[in-house]
Design a protein around this ligand. Sequence first.
Ligand SMILES: Cc1cc2nc3c(=O)[nH]c(=O)nc-3n(C[C@H](O)[C@H](O)[C@H](O)COP(=O)(O)OP(=O)(O)OC[C@H]3O[C@@H](n4cnc5c(N)ncnc54)[C@H](O)[C@@H]3O)c2cc1C
Length: 328
Amino acid sequence: MRVHVLGRGLAGAWMAHWCAERGVEVTIVDPFPQLNASRVAAGLINPTTGTRPKSTWRSEVLLPFAHEAYRQAELKYQATFWTPRTIRRLFLTQKDADLWAAAVERGPGVEWQPLAPGHYDGVHYPFGGVAYQGATVDTNAFIDAVSAHNDTTTASPMDVDLTVWATGWQASHHDLWSWLPFQPVKGEILDVVHEGEPLSAVVIRGIWIIPGPLDQRQQVLRIGSTHDWDDLTNTPTATARETLLAKAEEILHRPLTVVGQQAAVRPAAQSKRPFVGIHPEHRQHAILNGLGAKGSLWAPWAATQLLDHVMYGAPIDAEVDIQRWWQA
Ligand SMILES: Cc1cc2nc3c(=O)[nH]c(=O)nc-3n(C[C@H](O)[C@H](O)[C@H](O)COP(=O)(O)OP(=O)(O)OC[C@H]3O[C@@H](n4cnc5c(N)ncnc54)[C@H](O)[C@@H]3O)c2cc1C
């Protein structure tokens, strides 16, 4: 079987990776690989999300699946993609603490430890917080590794059995796929440096702050992210920069210097679930999309859903199968 993948983001890279692992002949093409969401993503995997915290969809299955998939890929490509991270959820107000208490009653889907009110890495937790385990994925390293090991061609090869559209949010205005309920959303992130006490954990409170390595007593922090459903460009904005900076300074109480800002559009779905499947009428075309804000976690699993279906006729999980949206 010959598979041709359109798009070299996380979706396309995972599709190509699994194809190669299973001996399927695969090519990838992408005219604008540097502008995609996957290159901008912070790669955070947070098993519990939201202002009203709840377990990330299917995290009990998808988290171990993703961890094992990245671990196997690390062995194959001799690179590091997955970094375990402690995540500290900061309670700035009593309401934050109450929201977590309510989440615990529902079951937050994660093992957590309470943090008593106090200071952690020089950050004040006036109403305490909680700590639990998550991870970050180096999305750029993964895509680069897959690209280096596979045929990343610039032309469409002849005689392919299946073309997989892993084209991110741009699929939303393509005739083949515009019937799917896309809801693309732009996101922006900042890189800042500070010279205060280094952060040893990811801090979450409305935004996330991900510490990078220390360099000459300066530490780079990645801060994100924003949501804009109207401006679907890759252009960084002053509004997003000011919003993120103000929120980060409220949390960290230290001078921050912006050293980078990036923007991209997430291929999100109204259903908040991936889109996976073969086109109901054009059977040589399939889609792997709708990864929204969870591409690092969802892409490895969603790609196997598609490949198992294509190779063995395995049913696609009903929540992600695009057939649910098709009205002939
Ligand atoms: C600011 C920001 C922060 C984020 N942070 C996180 C995070 O912390 N954790 C997380 O899990 N996710 C995060 N995400 C979401 C994550 O980036 C996405 O879920 C994921 O990258 C989507 O991958 P994709 O491959 O579907 O799309 P993309 O990465 O957008 O890739 C699609 C590619 O398809 C190409 N393409 C388009 N049309 C064609 C065509 N006709 N032929 C060939 N190629 C084509 C495009 O050039 C593009 O390179 C973030 C996103 C943003 C914007």
